[in-house]
Write a protein that binds this ligand. Structure first.
Ligand SMILES: [Zn+2]
Ligand SMILES: [Zn+2]
Length: 324
């Protein structure tokens, strides 16, 4: 009799314990698993006196800060020269997961990834979010389909997205540079066409954004690892094109009112992966120069989500509405 009574108590205790744990777990999820997206807020204009009329934003996917800073600075002589003589630079610190989607959402939306995205493997956009691209007067974006196509789910007419065929991402594994070559060629053609076009008034408006997403370095990092000749030669290729891109814009807009920002969505481990929180994955380079950028040779680090408000303030557009 006594033994049975004891057993019943144990069962009650186990059931009670189970509910207490479930309750605590739910509380944790409620607190930390909430979406950063709030609805119904009024957009806030960054500034009425923007220092730049337009912005060229270049993201080298998978480029870790170590890849072009410190001992590796000779891998990117042009970017090194820019940051040492006429720009401002530092490390932009990402959060985990160090994946492409959350990285780009931090850079362009100013928010950390919606935790609900974990249910979609961090690959698909679970909720709509605002971005610098959305808030720009006009935006032209070139790059990988998985990235650029995240940014105009409402088919807004002021956003123009150009991406290569998804099959090229696979093909690019053998020739990673071809992915970035595609972007640079497209931008060059686009600028050449708009140079001579008379009714391209959108092209010359203030508050415009030109976004270049370069997937080559990430692809080379996965396929050959960051210490490989392939990763480094892709960095060199991008670095060689930075002055060319700048020259294109300066020629078509000789008003000294173009700002340039170069960064990455996440880094890469020595064994060619990303997603976790090692410094190789979370430390990305940030270099800014041109209109509105104070020259500062000393390294200044920021959080990756602070890039979005910086981009907005340079061209005087609204901060992305959910920007933290
Ligand atoms: Zn990426
Ligand atoms: Zn990757």
């Amino acid at each position: 009799m006594n033994g049975m009574f004891k057993n019943r108590n144990v069962v009650i205790l186990i059931i009670f314990g189970f509910f207490v744990h479930a309750l605590i777990l739910k509380a944790v999820f409620d607190i930390y698993f909430s979406s950063p997206i709030d609805n119904g807020m009024t957009p806030i204009k960054s500034t009425n006196n923007p220092p730049a009329k337009r912005l060229v934003f270049i993201v080298a996917d998978g480029l870790r800060a170590d890849g072009i800073f410190g001992k590796s600075q000779s891998e990117a002589p042009n970017l090194t020269k820019i940051r040492k003589t006429r720009g401002s630079w530092g490390v932009a610190h990402t959060r985990v997961p160090t994946e492409s989607r959350p990285g780009h959402i931090a850079l362009l939306g100013g928010i950390y990834e919606d935790p609900a995205a974990i249910l979609k493997g961090w690959k698909v956009n679970p909720v709509d979010f605002d971005s610098v691209i959305n808030q720009s007067t006009n935006a032209w974006c070139w790059g990988g389909p998985s990235i650029v196509n995240m940014f105009n789910r409402d088919n807004l007419p002021h956003i123009h997205l150009y991406s290569y065929d998804p099959s090229m991402e696979d093909y690019g594994k053998n020739d990673t540079i071809s992915l970035d070559q595609w972007v640079f060629d497209q931008v060059e053609n686009f600028i050449e066409q708009h140079k001579i076009c008379n009714d391209c008034k959108h092209f010359r408006q203030s508050g415009n954004l030109f976004f270049l997403h370069l997937l080559g370095i990430d692809t080379a990092g996965h396929a050959y690892k960051p210490e490989s000749a392939e990763y480094k030669s892709n960095i060199k290729f991008v670095d060689e094109h930075i002055p060319k891109i700048e020259e294109l814009f300066e020629n078509v807009f000789p008003d000294k009112s173009t700002a340039y920002v170069f960064s990455a969505d996440h880094g890469m481990t020595n064994w060619g992966s990303h997603g976790a929180g090692s410094y190789h994955e979370t430390e990305t380079p940030l270099i800014a120069w041109g209109a509105g950028i104070k020259i500062n040779q000393k390294r200044m680090d920021i959080d990756q989500i602070d890039v979005a408000p910086l981009l907005s303030a340079l061209i005087g557009i609204n901060f992305p509405i959910n920007s933290l």
